[in-house]
Unconditional design. Structure first.
Length: 350
């Protein structure tokens, strides 16, 4: 697992069986004329330089009547079809062992993808989809677990996609839960911090962080640590092991180490940082990820990218000559054969 351009820092293997049942993909919410999503963006909008969509301008006439021309309005887009993402992940990951993937894994990774694609305000739609699959109050415990999974996924993704995006995602989730399930919101607000336990010393957190780091990087650990130290005067190594791994990622009470490793991989994949994506691809393997799970991650990322109209850096034909998004051709694009993304051929061949 040679890394030539960089390194990233992340997670420890968890094998506990998820207590949550698999969601039924058929329980989606069809809507012929859905309203604008929480982020207020249109699926028919044009990309700006920073990758965020802005409504296409309407040309105006120079005649007197042009003063009465109506201002163009964003075209309402369809909500994200999370049922399709769930189905893709279930079908692909089941090719190895249907029982190997916790039922929460797909939406943990969907959460990370939304943040990595800069669509964190759509977290509310994800919560709506998941919560409407529950029809009785007997599901309150499962909904609490679901909310905690999304919350923890946003927090763990923050070190990869940016702290402000994680803040926005958490606020969006809180508003969505408060609106649909106020009693659950009250319970969640009373949760204690997982990372302020008086039973874990700084040494304990360092040890668990280092253990997770070593599991991910395996025989490359010494080289990665040496490289981090030499380029940062030792501070990057200290911060990575103590804070990113020890404090944040190695906490596995809600999201285990396998899920954390795949979350790291999917964030790097969506962000287009091939060296780090490669490192966490193989790190996920070291944590126990199967070929089917890794293939499911890539295909689910492509599905969401197509729905929210953002490019997939690992897919050829996804950018035009000016580097602007050409996502409409995503489904017919071919995966790049450049060296930096060749590692994906281990799980996907087209």
């Amino acid at each position: 697992m040679t890394q030539t351009k960089g390194f990233t820092i992340f997670a420890r293997a968890w094998t506990a069986t998820s207590p949550y049942k698999t969601y039924n993909p058929s329980m989606q919410m069809p809507s012929p004329s859905p309203p604008l999503s929480d982020d207020g963006q249109s699926m028919d909008s044009s990309p700006s330089e920073n990758g965020m969509e802005t409504p296409s301008a309407v040309s105006s006439s120079t005649t007197v009547s042009s003063t009465r021309s109506q201002t163009s309005k964003p075209t309402s887009r369809r909500k994200v079809d999370f049922s399709r993402m769930q189905s893709i992940f279930a079908a692909e990951s089941a090719t190895d062992d249907p029982a190997s993937s916790p039922s929460s894994l797909w939406y943990i990774l969907a959460t990370a993808l939304l943040l990595a694609f800069h669509k964190e305000k759509l977290i509310g739609e994800l919560w709506t989809y998941l919560s409407r699959a529950s029809s009785t109050r007997d599901d309150d415990d499962r909904l609490l677990a679901t909310a905690r999974h999304i919350r923890e996924a946003s927090l763990k993704a923050s070190t990869l996609v940016g702290f402000p995006r994680a803040i926005n995602a958490l606020l969006t989730l809180h508003r969505a839960i408060s609106s649909s399930h106020p009693s659950l919101a009250t319970v969640l607000e009373g949760d204690s911090s997982l990372r302020s336990s008086p039973f874990l010393s700084l040494a304990d957190k360092f040890n668990r962080g280092m253990a997770l780091f070593q599991t991910i990087y395996d025989k490359h650990t010494a080289r990665v640590v040496s490289t981090m130290s030499s380029c940062s005067g030792g501070d990057l190594t200290h911060f990575a092991i103590h804070s990113i791994y020890g404090e944040l990622l190695a906490e596995n009470a809600v999201i285990g180490d396998l899920e954390t490793g795949l979350l790291e991989f999917v964030c790097c994949l969506a962000d287009g940082v091939a060296p780090q994506a490669k490192g966490h691809f193989f790190g996920s393997v070291n944590l126990g990820a199967t070929t089917g799970q890794l293939r499911a991650v890539v295909l689910m990322a492509e599905e969401l990218a197509g729905q929210v109209r953002v490019p997939c850096p690992w897919v050829e034909g996804d950018e035009d000559e000016d580097g602007e998004d050409e996502v409409e051709g995503l489904q017919t694009g071919t995966r790049t054969q450049t060296d930096e993304w060749k590692f994906l051929q281990r799980v996907i061949q087209r």
